[in-house]
Design a protein around this ligand. Structure first.
Ligand code: SD4
Length: 322
């Protein structure tokens, strides 16, 4: 039932939900709750798809995307292709609050973070090194690698033309459906203030420089305290073209209930990319919430977490995909 406060996030990342709730409960703002909740997942490397040690790119490096949005002021802070820094959503919040900018990327974002006191660390782990070397061995002929780059651990390019790529993407799994995914979180407090955020290590074996949907306002997440919030997960290369979080919030603004709003956002993408992998959660300022996902043979139910005034703890819910 619809009550506030409310914490809702993608996937069964319950410690993140609990952390956001306790942050709110101990007097924190909705932004604090989103930041601490997502940070919890970055620390725990939630299912290998949030934080360090996951989704190595074509060179084996893990890079992070994150954003946070203040639905009262419509301020956003985001980082993409962030290197060496574990707390991506912390850096995103710092971009929002300590610079006049919205979105910093790549090496420069990392230097900004270091200058702001975030410590630089290697984001690789044995697990990410294993994922990388397995992929490299399976996908790159040694002589091909040699020809492209004198360093055989570097790029697998040159890249195929995109028609071939479209075919290939039906077979490849760059987004890991079976592990879980990006954390996307919406927090609404008793006063109806809304914040939303995301944190992810993106897609496996991405081309270096690739930034997904997660740090893009309106794609990965969106918040507007006059309406509500939304957060998405899935194949960001497809999803970012449709701004699904923005669409869900705009649907709710027009008076549509959250479940229908989420379904509309998924249906819009499905029309062009029926086989895309993705899901979305959304909530309005009454505390009513919903979720939707695109049905695939291997993905028919989407789990998400909810914690509101009526719960005794984080509750896992699922929605049937459409
Ligand atoms: C991305 N949306 O970078 C993220 C990853 C994700 O399910 O959510 N995967 O594309």
């Amino acid at each position: 039932s619809a009550v506030l406060p409310l914490v809702i996030n993608t996937w069964p990342f319950k410690d993140a939900t609990a952390k956001a709730w306790s942050t709110l409960h101990s007097g924190g703002s909705v932004l604090d709750a989103v930041e601490k909740g997502c940070t919890q997942c970055e620390i725990q490397q939630c299912d290998g798809s949030v934080g360090y040690g996951g989704s190595p790119d074509e060179t084996g490096e893990t890079t992070l995307d994150a954003m946070i949005m203040n639905g009262d002021t419509m301020e956003v802070g985001a980082v993409g292709d962030l290197r060496r820094i574990k707390n991506a959503i912390g850096v995103a919040r710092t971009v929002m609050e300590r610079s006049k900018h919205t979105f910093l990327v790549g090496e420069s974002a990392s230097v900004f973070a270091e200058n702001m006191g975030f410590s630089a660390e290697d984001l690789s782990t044995n697990q990410s090194r294993n994922i990388f070397s397995k992929w490299l061995n399976e996908n790159c002929q040694p002589n091909f690698r040699q020809r492209v780059s004198p360093d055989p651990t570097k790029s697998c390019g040159p890249y195929k033309p995109s028609a071939t790529l479209l075919e290939q993407r039906r077979r490849d799994q760059t987004i890991d459906i079976h592990g879980h995914d990006t954390i996307g979180m919406i927090v609404i407090n008793q006063a109806g203030q809304v914040a939303a955020g995301t944190s992810t290590n993106g897609a496996r074996h991405k081309v270096p420089g690739r930034v997904g949907d997660s740090p893009i306002a309106g794609a990965g997440a969106y918040a507007d305290s006059t309406v509500g919030g939304a957060a998405a997960t899935g194949d960001g290369d497809i999803m970012m073209r449709f701004l699904p979080s923005y669409l869900a919030v705009e649907q709710m603004r027009a008076g549509i209930d959250p479940s229908t709003a989420c379904r509309t956002a998924i249906t819009r993408i499905k029309k062009y990319f029926p086989g895309f992998f993705g899901a979305i959660v959304c909530a309005n300022t009454t505390g009513s919430y919903g979720a939707a996902c695109n049905k695939l043979p291997e993905f028919s139910k989407f789990p998400f977490m909810v914690f509101n005034k009526n719960s005794n703890g984080p509750i896992k819910e699922t929605v049937d995909c459409i």
